[in-house]
Design a protein around this ligand. Structure first.
Ligand SMILES: [Fe+2]
Length: 448
């Protein structure tokens, strides 16, 4: 495969490969049949450049994107990719999503966040693989390349060399390592990714999210989005909206207008389930990132609530937490269930302390994230924590929380019932660490 992807270069003197030097071709056919179909795509290279003396610049190998169209739903295909004149890959296979409809769902959707590439990551991916998902949702923070210096050394701080600038070092080959490690799984199982803060990777000329946007494929165009940072798609009777926590989200933003139009066009008779996914959680009771995404919540929660979003998946906080149905910090039977699965196993620390334990409540002014805009986290105005910034016990909206590595599996059974199971890495593969039926009540909770 060397000729097809070439090799990345890193150093002072790099010269990008020519993506036009190879074709991007996928040959495919029904599983067990000849590969009679062929699709041609395009290829690209990307750079990660630093405007500082002494930092090594990076230019990627050739990244290929090929779109297959006209596939049958719920069908197993086999394929090879490459350039027929220069070499083709091994044979892989994948299964398409079932057709969209109220009685048609993927059997198992794996949800995982904050993976990175560590011993804990490999345990998570092993457990996830053993649950045979039909689809994987990766809720941001992928390779953690930005926790390495450009010489490949791991760093504990991610702005240690240049604390005064927003540009941080990254070691882009971590992305290549991550891709190679994940290949056996994601060459066969579709994966949908939404960006986290570790994907920002700001570089020269204010470019951001370059590795993320270059390496993954997003149905942005198909879903009317102009950005790789937010998009939507259907998987059987589930409509997923993948939201950008690090893209503008207030009412005047393109993202907000896109989301409003996207959710308005959803026909709940065809896709009864509406699931939102974004990186930084609105509801989390750990100190780590406590109320950090408050401006996004204030901007978008009403819209999600009015449109009857059933489930929200988040990452970012390195632990597991399942919230009861909550709207504006108040239990509400028609609000979404929020689930944080930031416990994929990256090299940062696990979140273990809760903001509601004595002496742990953070100072409000320390909570905003630079990349998420503004300060919106004020003291609660009602409820048991009125006048305070934190509860003094586990809030009633926090149903279950645990600081263990793991992943989740969503099994949508029908229009109203979905089984959610969280699996801990330290348990046997199939054991459930937390399990609950999420029940929709379309008669009771009318959608606008
Ligand atoms: Fe994060």
């Amino acid at each position: 495969m060397f000729d097809i992807v070439g090799e990345f270069q890193i150093g002072d003197d790099i010269s990008p490969l020519d993506p036009d030097s190879v074709d991007s071709v996928v040959v495919y056919g029904l599983y067990g049949h000849p590969l009679t179909h062929q699709a041609t795509g395009y290829s690209l290279v990307y750079n990660q450049l630093y405007p500082y003396e002494g930092l090594q610049n990076y230019t990627s190998g050739i990244i290929h994107h090929v779109r297959l169209t006209g596939l049958r739903p719920n069908t197993l295909y086999q394929y090879q990719c490459g350039d027929p004149l220069q070499g083709m890959s091994n044979l892989y296979y994948f299964k398409t999503m079932p057709v969209s409809g109220p009685k048609s769902y993927p059997s198992r959707i794996a949800v995982v966040g904050d993976l990175g590439l560590t011993y804990n990551t490999t345990s998570t991916v092993e457990h996830l693989t053993s649950n045979h998902p039909d689809l994987i949702l990766l809720v941001g923070d992928v390779s953690y390349a930005n926790l390495y210096l450009t010489n490949g050394t791991g760093a504990d701080c991610y702005s240690c060399s240049f604390p005064q600038t927003p540009i941080h070092e990254t070691y882009q080959p971590r992305w290549d390592y991550w891709g190679r490690y994940m290949q056996p799984l994601i060459s066969n199982v579709p994966i949908m990714v939404i960006e986290g803060n570790h994907e920002i990777e700001l570089q020269a000329e204010n470019q951001a999210f370059v590795a993320y946007s270059s390496r993954f494929a997003f149905p942005s165009e198909e879903s009317g989005s102009l950005s790789t940072l937010y998009y939507s798609f259907n998987a059987g009777g589930v409509h997923f909206v993948m939201l950008g926590a690090y893209a503008p989200y207030d009412e005047t933003s393109d993202q907000y207008k896109w989301l409003e139009a996207d959710m308005a066009s959803v026909d709940r008779k065809v896709t009864p389930w509406l699931v939102a996914t974004f990186h930084a959680p609105w509801y989390s009771t750990y100190i780590a990132h406590y109320r950090e995404a408050e401006c996004m919540r204030v901007a978008m929660e009403d819209l999600l609530y009015k449109c009857g979003v059933d489930i929200v998946f988040n990452g970012h906080v390195h632990a597991y937490e399942r919230l009861n149905r909550v709207y504006n910090y108040t239990l509400d039977p028609c609000a979404p269930v929020y689930i944080t699965v930031g416990d994929g196993g990256n090299r940062e620390k696990m979140a273990i302390t809760h903001a509601d334990e004595p002496g742990n409540c953070p100072e409000p002014s320390t909570t905003p994230d630079t990349y998420m805009g503004g300060f919106c986290a004020f003291n609660f105005t009602s409820g048991p924590a009125a006048g305070k910034f934190c509860w003094d016990e586990q809030p009633e909206y926090s149903a279950y929380r645990e600081s263990s590595f793991g992943h989740g599996i969503l099994e949508v059974k029908n229009e109203t019932h979905a089984l959610w199971t969280w699996h801990r890495n330290r348990d046997l593969y199939r054991a459930a660490g937390d399990q609950i039926y999420i029940v929709r009540q379309p008669e009771k909770c009318q959608v606008e």
